[in-house]
Design a binder for this molecule. Structure first.
Ligand SMILES: [Zn+2]
Length: 115
């Protein structure tokens, strides 16, 4: 039985990689998750968010099927407004002066509360 090389199509956090794997499996692609690099990267590999620690891998021979699902998933994640983001102006931390996204109430860097 030949081993098909795995290709990384997406990297992200725990939640979005789990959702994407379910979407891929629903589309008939046997996706798996890995937190260490163990495959080649697809040309369109997409990193979501800042905690891109978990990779979504698919068999190389299912790359074409996977691409449509991954791209659609990434597009939707990008355009979907986060809850409460209407007042989502980015803000500067009073403590460490890092810039924070408006959807956060504490600083991502030093956990100070928003002023
Ligand atoms: Zn801070």
């Amino acid at each position: 039985m030949a081993t098909v090389p795995l290709v990384i199509v997406y990297a992200g956090g725990t939640a979005d990689t789990a959702i994407l794997r379910d979407l891929l499996e629903a589309a008939g692609v046997s996706a798996r998750l890995g937190d260490e690099v163990m495959g080649t990267m697809a040309p369109y590999m997409i990193a979501g968010g800042t905690t891109a620690a978990i990779k979504v891998l698919v068999p190389e021979d299912q790359l074409d099927e996977a691409r449509g699902v991954v791209v659609e998933f990434a597009e939707r994640a990008k355009t979907e407004p986060e809850p409460g983001s209407t007042m989502g102006q980015s803000w500067e931390c009073p403590c460490c002066h890092e810039s924070n996204d408006g959807s956060f109430d504490i600083c991502w860097n030093c956990q100070s509360e928003r002023a």
